[in-house]
Design a binder for this molecule. Structure first.
Ligand code: NDP
Ligand code: GDR
Length: 330
């Protein structure tokens, strides 16, 4: 029998890769999209006709129930969230509504429709570890979030654990470390860098303004990480896993590799802007993905240099195409 999956956040980076992955596996894929006055289908346009869209919002309980009723999923992947950390300081209440309370609304929607047969994945985050003393971070590491976003994710994490224990539901959280791709939103630091490098190379901009260059992150490729989400829902017992590469790099290292890929000198273009520093920073994150490797059989296939090169090459290609189209007649 064909399996059915419902994905919230399908228009986002991870949602688009996950949908492709599940379509490839033969799933019937349904996606939740919130109403907007403009089309926001850039990341899913190329498979839009192979999925079913349900209009719903994490703020609206009834719309979520209806999306679950209509799609009759075997698996629900809750990827929707306000996911940009700096925005969580400027919009803390909205972040709490989307990223924290939204998880409960989705769990309630599942519970009201068919808790015993629907498996649930929650997109937890390494931001929950924040300033924890333990390094590297594994499943048992205590949380110490450093932003309203991180705090909201801790809520989402524990409510998922709580529904598993309260109602015997198959609910899991994947504690995913930063994962990037050419589809990453342009405000996140990796894409901001690859985008700027490509534009500088092609003479479209001259400057790249960044905040804290010394922050360290465990960066992987989003395509690898959506595979881990699916693997977690195929197990006999629900269990939470840390997903990361186990290697951490600084923002500065990302900058140096990205500029080198385009044969540019960062010293000529990089500007440090104190306005981009955060009220509270997460200095270093590094995953211990041992359980994911040993129990799930998951590994990150793309390493750090491969990821940087992939992102710079994709942005160079994107802007070269745009420039060619702009000058070609007709
Ligand atoms: P994106 O920001 O790219 O995508 C977020 C998605 O959520 C978009 O589809 C967005 O829709 C949707 N969304 C936001 N608010 C609502 C709402 N009120 N109702 C319905 N949909 C909504 O995030 P990513 O793909 O990078 O991340 C996916 C999930 O994983 C997020 O929960 C994120 O917090 C979490 N995460 C991400 C990591 C990463 O490194 N990428 C690491 C760890 C966790 P729209 O297009 O309309 O804005
Ligand atoms: P993060 O990702 O906060 O880790 O959250 P982001 O790419 O925004 O920042 C990473 C680090 O880079 C430093 N930095 C800058 N960041 C941005 N965005 N812009 C800048 O100009 C800049 N200069 C330096 C930041 O201070 C930070 O230390 C991401 C999101 O995808 C979350 O949703 C997810 O949960 C976590 O990853 C894991």
């Amino acid at each position: 029998m064909t399996k059915k999956a419902l994905i919230t956040g399908i228009t986002g980076q991870d949602g688009s890769y996950l949908a492709e992955f599940l379509l490839e596996k033969g799933y019937e894929v349904h996606g939740v999209i919130r109403r907007s006055s403009t089309d926001r289908f850039d990341r899913i346009d190329h498979f839009r006709d192979r999925i079913t869209i349900h209009q719903a919002d994490l703020l609206d309980q009834y719309s979520l129930i209806r999306s679950v009723e209509e799609s009759e999923p075997d698996e629900v992947y809750n990827l929707a969230a306000q996911s940009f950390v700096p925005a969580s300081w400027s919009q803390p209440m909205l972040t709490a509504e989307f990223t924290a309370a939204g998880v409960t609304r989705m769990l309630e929607a599942i519970r009201s429709v068919g808790a015993d047969r629907i498996r649930f994945y929650q997109a937890s985050s390494s931001e929950m570890f924040g300033r924890t003393r333990e390094t590297p971070q594994r499943e048992s590491t205590p949380f110490y979030p450093r932003s309203p976003y991180g705090v909201a994710k801790v809520y989402g994490h524990w409510i998922t654990v709580n529904y598993r224990e309260s109602y015997d539901m198959f609910c899991v959280s994947g504690i995913l470390f930063n994962h990037e791709s050419p589809r990453r939103g342009r405000e996140f630091v990796t894409r901001k860098i690859s985008n700027a490098v490509a534009r500088i190379k092609l003479g479209l901009q001259d400057e790249l303004r960044l905040g804290n260059l010394e922050a360290h992150r465990d960066w992987g490729f989003a395509g690898d990480y959506v595979r881990a989400m699916w693997m977690m829902l195929q197990r006999d017992e629900p269990e939470d896993f840390v997903i990361g590469t186990g290697v951490s790099h600084s923002v500065k290292e990302f900058v140096d590799l990205a500029f080198a890929r385009a044969e540019l000198d960062p010293a000529k273009h990089l500007v440090i802007d104190p306005e981009l520093l955060r009220p509270a920073e997460v200095d270093t994150l590094i995953a211990d993905p041992t359980r994911a490797r040993e129990v799930l059989g998951w590994n990150a296939e793309v390493g750090f240099p491969g990821l940087v090169n992939m992102m710079v090459d994709a942005d160079l290609e994107l802007y070269r195409r745009q420039l060619t189209n702009a000058v070609s007649p007709g």
